[in-house]
Design a protein around this ligand. Sequence first.
Ligand code: HEC
Length: 520
Amino acid sequence: MYITGAPKIFKGKVLIGNGGTENGPNRGYITAYDVDTGEYAWRFWIVPGNPADGFEDAAMEMAAATWTGDWWRHGGGGNAWHGFTYDAELDQLYIGTGNGSPWNRKIRSPDGRDNLFLSSIVALDPDTGEYLWHYQTSPGDTWDYTSTMDIVLADLNIEGETVKALMHAPKNGFFYVINREDGQLISAENYTEVTWASEVDLETGRPIETPGARYELQPVDIAPTPIGGHSWHAMSYNPGTGLVYIPTIHWQNRFTDADIDLENFQAEGWRLGLGVGYEFGASTRDDGATGTLQAWVPVRREQVWEIPVEGAWDAGTLTTASNLVFQGKANGHLRAYNALTGEQLWDENLGLGISAPPITYSVNGKQYLAILVGWGGAMSALGGQEMADYGWAYGEQTRRLLAFSLDGTRVVPVSAPPRVPTPLATSDFIVDGATAESGELDYESICSFCHGGAAVAAGLAPDLRASGVILSVDAFEQVVRGGALASRGMPSFADFSDAELNALRHYIRQQAEVALAAGR
Ligand code: HEC
């Protein structure tokens, strides 16, 4: 388990969740602490534990009826790492919860069912953490469809009535408008290509799943992917235009569990353990992943404008009362658009891929726009060559906080130029194919998380194909097993045998040779 999300402060408390559904048996929870003293206030468990140990509260007892088999053996997941919103008006706290651990429901809950409170919005009493209501976006999730994306509150005028609404665009591709007084679904419309379900039935509030979508018959292509139709990059709502601005991803992937021993599967800590194989495929539009920025009108449930963006992994949006939308781009540009039409009005190259949304504030009547410039998130690890080609190689460009004002005169200081690392050529390391093959499993299930799939790093950690450390048995041992770079963020893997270390080196060098042969 790890913490990748920011804590949120509300009503005298600090709230923090966690992530880690992919890394071994994990049972998600969120905890509130006193803001002044740090003293524990309450904890809400997101999925039930082993009934033999007793339930923590009535919500867990209710949730347990929606699980089957020995789910607690697998943790269950639900880890909430981002979407927490406090509603001062109704004095409720809304939590967006995560996907199942492991991903494949056939392992987690072999006889099916909804698996509460996975992939849900759960409303809690902010003082006690007690359950109030929930709405589940992906019942019985089996595609990594977390619902941890932002939860935006607004008073919407729907068919002449003012509704205290909550808006949410989780990974699963549907845009939800929910009555936040009681959790009743008002509307759900797909904001990107969706193949796992045809629609959401407004009577029952449940999706109508496509037959075969749970890869129960054969490998199946599914959109959106585990990256989501929209991920954690902030969407923003402008009450003036009535529009929501969503950074959107158009992509699909193939799921299959044909090679998995479903009955005996058991995830281990810090080893990628999904219980299903997946492979990213073509975009739902062109080849590879594509991204767009779109303006969505929640009341009419339709798109108003949409513009293509260069990368699929663009940052969160900010919209202003002056009808602008700002968005940072994977290619390092910060842009402003007309909020009503999508027309581009301003563009500044900030010299490094952007992950964060901008903020705006005023000091002594002067308005500023500030943005943290830095490259990160899942695609900076697992994004492959497409993301590597931006040239945001690990540690090359400076991460920085930049602020802008209308009358600003300074020029953005120059940053190191993009650089795509070239795999190291050597003549004296002879790759052994069988040894490399045995190193692949460890590499892909452990190292790829930071150093990239197939050893193609996309910026989060060094590209190991270009590293001299791989060439030295001793240096490699000191870094990987000995923890020589632990203080710099490279974990130590103390339990690796000499044979495993050797196999990893052969696999990494093999990938370097494959790239060099392909002229990279
Ligand atoms: C949690 C993220 C993470 C994981 C998982 C991880 N690494 Fe690293 N690794 C890093 C970071 C960050 C650095 C760079 C540290 C620094 O700044 O010197 C690094 C550096 C290295 C280096 C030194 C590269 C150089 O040229 O300086 C080697 C070798 C390495 N890692 C191998 C591995 C192997 C093999 C695995 C899997 C067994 C692995 N790493 C898993 C984050 C990770």
